[in-house]
Design a protein around this ligand. Structure first.
Ligand code: FMN
Length: 188
């Protein structure tokens, strides 16, 4: 099984990235192959509307590679910081660079971080967009605040046990739904 994680924060030190790295480690513990797409180190060109029907024709190698990674993935985790009451523009641009049914038969976990632990808005807004891309959003979602992390040399690490427990639940839900949909796809 392959899971794609997309980090929608391009901060050099990012809480969202730390949360996603925690989820990545849980997936690896469960023998899942993970591709971690960090939009800081693998940026995408702005969506080119002329390629909307087939974004794989976009003349940007990272856009092509992201489309390949989405096709290969059995499930996805999207992470975003809280930006002006919603999710980040870089993550929206990544989703805009995918075809309309890119998430067909794929379960999607949503996580977010805001200054305080009020990060539900990015997840709630992403829920609508994932549905539009034909994806199945998990019941579990995680919204953290900066106090849930410790600062370390090159970023942050997740500290709060309650959030760690939620991450276990989200990852287990994702793996369970991904194996069912892989065996028995609903939308062929
Ligand atoms: C453009 C921008 C908009 C933001 N908007 C909000 C906001 O609406 N509400 C809020 O509480 N924090 C807001 N913040 C603060 C971020 O949510 C906060 O710094 C968060 O920790 C960023 O996550 P990250 O460390 O993963 O990048 C904003 C930050 C930026 C850069």
């Amino acid at each position: 099984m392959k899971i794609l994680i997309i980090c929608g924060s391009i901060a050099k030190k990012s809480h969202t990235r730390a949360l996603l790295k925690y989820c990545e480690a849980l997936l690896i513990d469960r023998d899942v192959e993970v591709e971690f797409w960090d939009l800081l180190t693998r940026p995408l060109s702005f969506v080119i509307p002329e390629f909307h029907k087939d974004p794989t024709q976009t003349p940007n190698e990272n856009v092509k590679a992201l489309n390949g990674a989405v096709v290969a993935a059995d499930g996805i985790i999207l992470g975003s910081p809280l930006y002006h009451g919603s999710y980040s523009g870089v993550l929206k641009n990544a989703l805009d660079n995918l075809p309309y049914d890119a998430l067909k038969n794929k379960p999607v976990g949503l996580v977010s971080n805001g200054g305080m632990r009020n990060g539900a808005h990015p997840c709630e807004h992403l829920r609508l967009v994932v549905r539009a891309l034909y994806g199945y959003v998990l019941q579990s979602q995680i919204g953290t605040g900066e106090k849930d992390y410790n600062e370390i040399a090159d970023g942050f690490e997740l500290e709060e046990q309650e959030i760690k427990d939620r991450a276990v639940r989200l990852v287990d839900e994702l793996v369970a739904f991904a194996s069912v949909l892989k065996e028995r796809p609903i939308n062929k």
